[in-house]
Design a protein around this ligand. Structure first.
Ligand SMILES: [Zn+2]
Length: 74
């Protein structure tokens, strides 16, 4: 029986990373948005950025799932 190295922190699908392909796409979006926020707002920490996004109504629910995980990891 093959053992999987890891499962997605959100949906528990087998993955080589901390997120599956689907959630990794959202995570990737978070990271590139962080770069634009830093350009626009100057120095903002990763945690502050995630916390602000969590409060925005337009933030999608799959993104919010990831934000909650990331904040727990910190
Ligand atoms: Zn997943």
């Amino acid at each position: 029986m093959a053992t999987t190295k890891a499962v997605c922190l959100i949906c528990s699908r087998a993955t080589a990373d901390k997120y599956c392909e689907y959630h990794y796409k959202s995570f990737d979006k978070l990271i590139s948005n962080y770069a634009s926020w830093k350009r626009a707002l100057g120095d903002i920490s990763w945690v502050d950025y995630l916390t602000k996004l969590l409060d925005l109504q337009e933030t999608g629910s799959s993104i919010k799932d990831i934000i909650e995980k990331e904040l727990n990891i910190q």
